[in-house]
Design a protein around this ligand. Structure first.
Ligand code: MN
Length: 254
């Protein structure tokens, strides 16, 4: 069974380097998202030695209040990246105050991706699903980029709108615990489903989830969909291959 963890913060684990090796040894396709572009170089150096680990160039919305100026560095590095994340918006009480800065940063992210094309974006949208979708619709070239909504927590109608726009969804085990999960899973077409752990921000057996623990999400999805785990894993892997195929469609408008 091939496993895909499309959103994990490998560099936030005390055994970061070992974890990269673990993903490679166990052949877990892992997107190592980052929260600041300053983390790019080290993540890339480690991931470049592997077949299964890829790195996202990120600027996390929860850091916008203090790190918004790093968008310039992020933009300079973008040509090196195929994957972008973690990026997005967060209007939870702690971060709502920085929403104007967050939007400015996210707009630049979307516009820069549109200019280069061929990017897969792992997008955070806490209490902002509609705004994030509005901004994707307005600023992201959807013909040459793939938005992936990570840990989607919007409404069913927002999920349907995202799906119609062509967004992918990376689903984690924590989401599957919620009462909304069954409805959400049915609203998302199978060809738009991916899996993630969002480790270390989720737990598996009382420890921070590691990419290999994405199997828990596969099991829960299989249960919710009434199909075999192998079929879920195969579908997710196929979806992963398909979005990677899209990353070769760079537009390079200079
Ligand atoms: Mn995350």
């Amino acid at each position: 069974m091939r496993l895909v963890d499309l959103h994990c913060h490998l560099d936030l684990y005390p055994d970061f380097e070992e974890l990269v090796k673990e993903c490679e040894r166990e052949a877990i396709y892992t997107l190592a998202v980052t929260t600041t572009p300053k983390a790019w170089a080290r993540n890339k150096a480690l991931a470049d030695r592997t077949k299964h680990v890829r790195v996202g160039l990120g600027l996390h919305p929860q850091l916008a209040a203090t790190h918004a100026s790093e968008i310039a560095l992020w933009e300079r590095l973008l040509h090196e990246a195929t994957y972008v994340g973690e990026v997005g918006l967060d209007a939870s009480p702690q971060y709502a105050k920085s929403l104007p800065e967050q939007k400015r940063v996210f707009e630049r992210v979307l516009k820069a991706c549109s200019k280069q094309g061929g990017k897969v974006l792992s997008i955070h949208a806490v209490r902002t699903a509609s705004t994030v979708l509005d901004m994707i619709e307005e600023h992201l070239d959807l013909a040459s980029n793939v938005p992936v909504l990570h840990w989607f927590s919007g409404s069913l109608s927002e999920a349907r709108r995202a799906s119609a726009l062509g967004c992918m969804f990376s689903i984690n085990a924590r989401m599957m615990d919620s009462p909304k999960a069954a409805g959400l899973v049915k609203a998302i077409p199978r060809e738009q489903m991916l899996t993630e752990t969002d480790g270390p921000f989720t737990q598996t057996k009382e420890a921070p989830s590691r990419p290999r623990d994405v199997v828990t999400c596969v099991r829960m999805l299989a249960l919710a969909l009434g199909i075999e785990q192998d079929e879920v894993a195969a579908t997710v892997y196929e979806n992963f291959r398909r979005i990677i195929g899209k990353t070769t469609q760079r537009v390079d408008k200079g």
